[in-house]
Ligand binder design. Sequence first.
Ligand code: ADP
Ligand code: MG
Length: 202
Amino acid sequence: MSHPKEERTLVIIKPDGVQRSLIGEIICRYERAGLKLVSLKMVIPDEQIATNHYMVGGEEWLENVGKKATEAYARKGEKPPFATHRENGLAVLKSCSTYLSAGPVIPMVWEGNQAVGVVRKITGSTEPLSSDVGTIRGDFTVDSYKIADMAQRAVRNLIHASGSVEEAEKEIAIWFKENEIVSYRHLQEAILYDVNLDGIIE
Ligand code: ADP
Ligand code: MG
């Protein structure tokens, strides 16, 4: 088993993040937490790649996302557009793929101790309106399920972040070739992870 500090996660700055000029700000949040950037690029994804990306979670993701959508409608006292979680999930999938492929995005791979969970914590919950203050989604945008549903579009929340280690592995393979991920030693790793803090005092 690999050490927890070698965990990797995929982050994508979505088209709204790029258009809001938040690339530097977003990278800064993960960087200053002590995570290590091991790859990044700028691409304009086509809708097929965007769909493949969301479908790595498979049927389980479709069900969950459809369930979340149904709950959001219920909070407004409304019924969702379709009868089953899966069908509502498929509608979210379509709007997500349209959103992700709307312009340039920045896919990145971040590495570090429990990187998946750390990145999710810094990113904040799915709906920016209810994301905590101090998270990227909570601090830099205002979108809600309510106005997204009114326009029948995806919630614009600046960032994609993998939901689990398994999801991260599959998603990274969609956006990066193995040889595009850089292996290197970052000097701060000694401070973060080494047993002794040797070599500081002269
Ligand atoms: P997260 O990005 O927080 O992991 P999900 O994986 O559940 O969230 O959903 C993927 C993306 O789909 C979200 O980031 C958001 O842009 C969009 N989305 C999810 N649920 C809804 C919904 N009910 N209505 C509109 N857009 C949604
Ligand atoms: Mg997700």
